[in-house]
Design a protein around this ligand. Sequence first.
Ligand code: MN
Ligand code: MN
Length: 331
Amino acid sequence: MAKTPKKNAHPGTAPAAAPSGGAGGSLVPQQTYSNIGTFLRVPRAHDLRGADHVFLGIPYDTATTFRPGARFGPQATRLGSAQLCELKSFPHGFNPLDYVKAVDYGDVYFDHSMPHTIPAAIEETAAGIIKHGCFLTSFGGDHFVTYPLLKAHAAKYGPLALIHFDAHPDTWPETEGKQVELNHGTMFHRAVKEGLIVPSKSVQTGIRTWVDDKMGLTVLDAPFVHENGARATLEQIKKIVGKHPAYLTIDIDCLDPSHAPGTGTPVAGGLTTAQLFAILRGLGRLNIVGMDVVEVAPAYDQAEITAIAAATIAYDQLCLRAIRKGAKSQA
Ligand code: MN
Ligand code: MN
């Protein structure tokens, strides 16, 4: 049995009365469907003193090349977390919030009518959070948001290994020009050129669209995962990334459209949620310094399939951080 601290230490949660569901500990007694909208019902806070894990929404979707709507991704992902705060975590058997002090920062504010000011607004917000030593989990938004997030993290941690799950490599070349292109398919081309990521330490999984120049990144495409399985894929990722500081970015369209219909640029032939979770749950020993889950577009979703997958991805990584902080997994 995992040792559970007597009192929930994270600030502002409901009183530690025993929940009727019998889960015990600090799980907050509330109807599952009563979630008012922070991720895992953690407190909303801009004061980050005492917090070591921050959830941030980035409701930006005008860099998308096909269906818009990922601006509603943060909201959907938060709501998709509702059932995850009802019980102890699976497969670990602990409440990660007993070990990791987490808050929800709300959404980045930017001026949508001034599009070229938006990358800096995202970068500054992220930098302002991680300077406190917090781990940042961001919810997109389309995948472009990862570019300013990488800038903020690389400024703190140096050039990063990119652990990237996607149907698309997002390394297509930008149109010539000095300004950053607001395009969710080109930002990793720019990130390599700017030295934000280290190609030899970076790996893209689930890819099933073509790019001529892979920019030196290793590609474990979707057929590789289907033919070799999650375990072999995980071993390859661990070998490539090693102990290098790494940024984890999950474009929800890495999943097959049957497992994630609610997204802007779906591609057939993708991963199942079971394959993705099996890989992601094995990343605990890597030195991941930040992460995001992007491209959730709830207008195309069915019965929250996509939002629940996205929320579970973020929750799983929270559990891995809890294990690093002393939680004992019963898995
Ligand atoms: Mn992408
Ligand atoms: Mn994609």
